[in-house]
Design a protein around this ligand. Structure first.
Ligand SMILES: [Zn+2]
Length: 166
């Protein structure tokens, strides 16, 4: 932990701003990883300021998806995003695709009129322990917190158990 704080002191985003010290103090592994993978871009504060100027309405939707009889997945879909957030999402494992319609199905480009989202899926086996599922839920919450830092409307742009309105 002491080592991490020492390392964090020397880290900066492309814009020259340091990462949020509170994120490192929390020592939440996913939040740290996301931050470290995003240092080559402008910091969340600079991105948010730029997005606010163009009144960008970034939104994120976290849901549970049924994949098949063996697997389900927590899914995260981010809508209304431009560069550099789109590049940051791609760097952090998000795929550009059609949005989900519900817990079972995905759009084919028609229902949402050709609107795409950035999606990341966290799969888990139905046989896994409740502890693992809880760990994954915590992982997802950290990811939503991280996303909200980039959004002009912050946490108001993050939604749990809700799909993008059609
Ligand atoms: Zn900055």
């Amino acid at each position: 932990m002491g080592n991490l704080a020492a390392v964090a002191k020397h880290l900066v985003y492309q814009c020259g701003h340091p990462p949020n010290k509170a994120d490192f103090a929390l020592f939440e592994e996913n939040l740290l990883e996301l931050t470290l993978c995003s240092l080559e871009f402008n910091c969340p504060d600079c991105c948010r300021a730029a997005f606010s100027l163009i009144d960008l309405d970034c939104q994120a939707y976290a849901n549970l998806h049924y994949i098949d009889q063996n697997f389900s997945a927590f899914t995260l879909e981010v809508a209304n995003v431009v560069s550099p957030l789109s590049d940051i999402l791609a760097t952090n494992g998000y795929q550009f695709c059609w949005p989900s319609l519900d817990e079972l199905s995905y759009d084919n480009g028609i229902e949402y009129g050709g609107v795409s989202v950035w999606r990341k899926e966290f799969w888990f086996d139905h046989q896994t322990s409740p502890e693992n599922v809880l760990r994954l839920m915590n992982h997802l919450k950290q990811e939503m917190t991280w996303l909200a830092n980039y959004f002009p409307r912050g946490k108001q742009g993050t939604h749990y158990g809700k799909f993008m309105p059609r």
